[in-house]
Ligand binder design. Structure first.
Ligand code: AMP
Ligand code: MG
Length: 353
């Protein structure tokens, strides 16, 4: 299959943009696959109400079929079309955070095929805060199932070039609008339980939700890696976001962390290995050996979120043998960053004093 790549950009002629969206919408309505930008990561879109189309997503990604898809909508009215009842708290949360980086789980109605929800009787729904994404959802019939547009197990794509690397020849079209804004996937909030429960941390934090609707629980498997329970979001059990090299997170007081990473780097280099280091603006000058990448500033952790997956992919192309990363503060969006980083590391962490 030839994959068409079309660019959407600021200042583009309106009729040129509209034509691209219209064509992409037709592909989705005809059961095809279109990768498109959202504010979190690039999504791989198909008609959520067409079982055969949803199945193509699993094939293109190599995704296990028990890992359900998030259905993307473009307006509030669309929720009622695919769910049973909508809890009052969900309305409050939607008013505050949609469009935005938050997914809510509801009881599904019969219109949503099992192929979209991995056989579950619930459905995950999100309204993205990205104009082109919403235009495409409209053009594609209003319900677009879209997981991250990466090969299963690779870091999520935060730029169209990442999508091309993974999906070229496997999907009909890629809409390229450059790098995304947030860089980590949406927060998932299960509204079918009381209190509502966070199944995956993202840019909308527990504190932000609790300020609105009172107590919000967090899936225990996100907090403790020693838990023997299965995570409540089926996808969270898979080793996601993995770079090819072995990644180790080093946590503790920052100057001790830098010393330990320098020491580990020296040791590995003596063994003849290629070492990658994930540093921050605050520490990057202190590393004098290894392939050092600055991920962002500790002053603003959203910069770290937006560069994480891109850096993991760069280390794949640089073919390093091992990667050492500093740990980051786990508050605000930092909780999403540390969740993804620890998963990429297979929970491998060294604590220093
Ligand atoms: P991705 O689309 O790759 O960002 O992954 C979607 C995530 O949402 C996966 O971890 C899924 O397991 C989770 N998810 C989707 N639908 C549901 C659902 N009905 N119940 C619980 N988790 C869900
Ligand atoms: Mg994904």
């Amino acid at each position: 299959m030839k994959t068409i790549v079309e660019k959407i950009y600021q200042g583009q002629q309106k009729d040129e943009r509209d034509e691209i969206i219209k064509r992409a919408g037709e592909i989705i309505k005809n059961g095809g696959l279109v990768a498109f930008p959202t504010e979190t990561v690039y999504g791989l879109g198909a008609d959520a109400l067409n079982e055969e189309a949803a199945k193509k997503i699993y094939a293109a990604k190599g995704r296990p079929s028990d890992n359900p898809l998030i259905v993307h909508i473009a307006d509030m009215g669309a929720i009622a079309g695919i769910t049973e009842t909508i809890p009052k708290k969900a309305g409050i949360v939607a008013d505050a955070f949609w469009p935005g980086p938050l997914t809510m789980i509801f009881r599904k109605n019969a219109r949503v095929p099992d192929g979209t929800t991995g056989g579950l009787d619930t459905v995950a729904v999100r309204m993205p805060d990205h104009a082109a994404a919403r235009e495409l959802i409209h053009a594609g019939g209003g319900y677009v199932a879209a997981p991250s547009a990466n090969t299963s197990g690779r870091p999520s794509p935060t730029d169209a070039c990442h999508v091309e690397a993974d999906m070229e020849g496997k999907i009909d079209m890629i809409i390229d609008s450059g790098s995304v804004d947030i860089g980590v996937e949406s927060t998932i909030l299960d509204m079918t339980v009381e209190p509502p429960m966070i199944l995956r941390p993202g840019a909308v934090t527990r504190e932000m939700l609790e300020a609105l609707i009172g107590r919000v629980a967090v899936d225990g498997t996100l907090i403790s890696d020693t838990s023997t329970e299965a995570p409540k979001a089926p996808g969270m059990k898979y080793r996601h976001y993995a770079p090819k090299a072995k990644l180790t997170v080093v946590a503790g007081e920052i100057s001790a962390v830098v010393e330990e990473i320098r020491r580990l780097c020296r040791e590995r280099m003596k063994e003849g290995r290629k070492v990658g280091i994930i540093a921050t603006e605050e520490t990057v000058m202190k590393y004098t050996q290894g392939n050092v990448k600055c991920i962002g500033t500790r002053e603003d952790e959203s910069t770290i979120a937006s560069h994480l997956y891109g850096i993991l992919r760069e280390f794949d192309s640089d073919e390093v043998d091992c990667i050492y990363s500093e740990a980051f503060e786990a508050d605000g969006i930092g909780s999403a960053v540390m969740n993804r980083l620890m998963k990429a590391a297979g929970q491998h962490v060294i604590e220093v004093k």
